[in-house]
Design a protein around this ligand. Structure first.
Ligand code: WAQ
Ligand code: MG
Length: 624
């Protein structure tokens, strides 16, 4: 398969498969071309050919070398080349940029550094090769698997003594050096994230008159590479296997760990024996430790037991569950609500129940992972529209004919950017386009609207068809919900698998959420206080030269960009006594790392002011 747009190469791939797998493989390859990150092609060429004589080769053994910067990666490239017996490694690395614009690889004499390929603009293309066990779905690119096949063929070509490769995909920073002696040496970081420059050099040693034979092997000889199937029996352990993946995560600055907070949740916390100001809790109204909430939970556990012993449809519905569902519906000013074990489950539960094969879901590109997972699990066609772009949503809806049901889903408050959905426009576009509306108010409940009821209150408009929410953020408890019409709730109780197959939340959490809603209704000043704190903190940040967008939610993202810089700034803040997490890929796009500050109604002004000063200084430290 080769795909291009305006004559420019977009994507290419080839497979060697049995005759019966041809139709499926063609479909997969077409999908790969149509969904490439470089954009939609206007021309796709699918060609089917007999393979001719097939040579079988054992895959090169693989070694993974973790590096933490492009510079370190390039240095390792040169060292590996030297180890392969190539003496002018540094000069060869210097030639690398010459291969960036080529479709194929440079063929270079390893000793004289002369270029040997007849067409220098195109280079030499290794083709007619595949793994002997290609995975069924080839619609996406597996960089490593495809590169290992290519490298194995190249290393076995007559006269080839080594190869170096850097991907031209801007979001793929791993490259390799390969030779028969070295095997396949992966180097985890060889270029900066976002850099679209990549290429390949094949190194040749031998007489000129044999070059043609090498090129013939690379371009014409069909090769099947036998990739050993990883099996625990072959001396591998799961831990060993996972450690290699973890090393890559670590070297990309993306490793994560749980921090233990040795104190009750609140605007401050004790971490490793030190008291820190917490600017990362979703307990926006400080209700998780509110005496009335805690007391309600304790009483309910005594009265009804710690757990429910079954799903809602078996033993898991007790009076507190019924009472809370009624209160949520009243609070959201809709007919009925359904409880879920978590907010994540609520999104997955709603989307998988409402959408299926034959339906289409339109989803904002910045929607929360639980919405994305719900879309994927639903089996419906999913169309992602540009963030908050109602024209894009309208346009995509207009293209959606022939589906049974159309559903548009959006976060109400976007969790990593803190911005609000323009609900009236969203509802209007849905109405005009014949789509049902689903809005997740996880970060809006208790925060947005004069009394914290959410977006419909804030905009003075109707509610979406389905409102999803959580009890675990501003309501300080645990669990999630979906609400809307009485019919919707009855439908979810019958069709929503996370509802049906999860054990019902315990009465402690349920009663706590109920009590929190009562506090919220009795004390709307908490919402007002939160709003003032957010505005104050944003003002303090801007006063110190840190640019933040005005936020109607409790979330203030502070843009950094580079993953490691964001982590460094977060660590510096930690040293200064503030807990402000760095948010990185895959939560946000690669290269869009940020600090994410979440404000609470109970943060005091002095604290927020000091935090703003610390953020300004930590950003400077992170830069160094
Ligand atoms: N033959 C020769 N050169 C090629 C070929 C080919 N079939 N395909 C690509 N190239 C050249 C071309 O100049 C590209 O710009 C460059 O190589 C990079 O190609 O273990 O994705 O397909 O995880 O972007 C390495 C995997 C991934 C590392 C390499 O290369 C790992 C990759 P890309
Ligand atoms: Mg590429």
């Amino acid at each position: 398969m080769r795909a291009s747009r305006g004559g420019e190469h977009v994507s290419g791939a080839e497979r060697i498969v049995s005759e019966s797998a041809v139709p499926r493989t063609l479909a997969s390859l077409a999908k790969r071309a149509l969904t490439h990150s470089k954009g939609k092609p206007d021309f796709i060429n699918l060609k089917v050919e007999e393979p001719g004589e097939v040579v079988r080769l054992a895959a090169l053994p693989v070694t993974t070398n973790a590096t933490s910067s492009a510079e370190e990666g390039r240095r390792l490239f040169a060292e590996l080349l030297s180890a392969a017996g190539v003496s002018r490694a540094e000069e060869i690395m210097g030639m690398f940029s010459g291969s960036y614009s080529m479709r194929g690889a440079m063929l270079v004499d390893a000793d004289t550094l002369e270029r040997l390929e007849p067409d220098r603009a195109r280079g030499v293309r290794a083709t007619r090769m595949d793994s002997d066990s290609p995975c069924g779905d080839v619609s996406g690119k597996n960089h490593f698997a495809e590169a290992l096949v290519l490298a194995t063929k190249v290393a076995n070509a007559p006269g080839i003594v080594g190869e170096i490769c850097v991907s031209d995909d801007p979001d793929y920073v791993t490259g390799y050096v390969a030779s028969k002696g070295l095997g396949y040496q992966r180097v985890t970081v060889v270029k900066e994230m976002g850099d679209p420059r990549g290429g390949r050099i094949f190194l040749y040693r031998g007489p000129r008159e044999r070059v043609a034979e090498t090129i013939r092997f690379l371009e014409r000889q069909t090769v099947l590479v036998e990739v050993p199937q990883p099996s625990p029996a072959a001396g591998r352990t799961l831990s060993g296997d996972l450690s290699a993946d973890l090393a890559e995560i670590e070297s990309a600055g993306l490793s994560r760990r749980c921090r233990v907070l040795a104190s009750e949740t609140g605007p401050t916390a004790v971490v490793d024996g030190e008291e820190l100001v917490v600017l990362s809790s979703n307990d926006y109204l400080d209700l998780a430790r509110d005496e009335r909430v805690v007391q309600a939970a304790a009483n309910a556990v005594r009265r009804w037991g710690a757990g429910t012993g079954g799903s809602r449809l078996t033993t898991g519905t007790q009076p507190p569950h019924v009472a809370l569902e009624r209160r949520i519906a009243e609070f959201k000013r809709v007919e009925a609500a359904v409880l879920y074990a978590t907010g994540y489950m609520a999104n997955v539960g709603v989307l998988t129940a409402l959408a299926g094969k034959g339906d289409v879901v339109l989803s904002d590109e910045l929607n929360h992972a639980s919405i994305i997972d719900g879309c994927r699990l639903s089996g419906a066609e999913v169309l992602v529209y540009r963030h908050a772009d109602m024209d894009d949503l309208r346009g995509k809806l207009a293209e959606c004919s022939g589906f049974r049901r159309r559903i548009a889903v959006s976060d109400g408050v976007f969790s990593m950017d803190g911005d609000l959905l323009d609900l009236p426009s969203f509802l209007e576009v849905c109405r005009a386009g014949g789509a049902y509306s689903v809005v997740d108010e996880a970060h809006a409940t208790g925060v947005v609207g004069a009394t914290g009821r959410g977006l419909a209150e804030r905009f003075g408009c109707a509610s979406p068809d389905v409102v999803v929410g959580t009890l675990s953020k501003a309501l300080g408890s645990d669990g999630g919900f979906a609400c809307g019409s009485a019919v919707l709730s009855e439908y979810l109780r019958n069709k929503s698998r996370p509802f049906i197959f999860s054990t019902a939340p315990g009465c402690g959490a349920v009663a706590a959420a109920d009590a929190a809603l009562a506090v919220l209704e009795a004390e709307p000043w908490r919402v007002e206080r939160l709003r003032e704190n957010v505005a104050f903190f944003a003002g303090e940040l801007s006063r110190r030269g840190v640019s933040v967008a005005a936020s109607e939610s409790a979330i203030l993202p502070i843009a950094v960009g580079d993953e490691r810089r964001a982590v460094a700034a977060s660590e510096e803040l930690r040293r200064r006594g503030f807990l402000v997490p760095a948010i990185r890929y895959p939560t946000v796009a690669k290269g869009a790392a940020r600090l994410r500050a979440a404000v609470m109604s109970s943060h005091d002004r002095l604290c927020l002011s000091a935090a703003a000063a610390a953020v300004a200084e930590a950003l400077v430290v992170g830069e160094a």
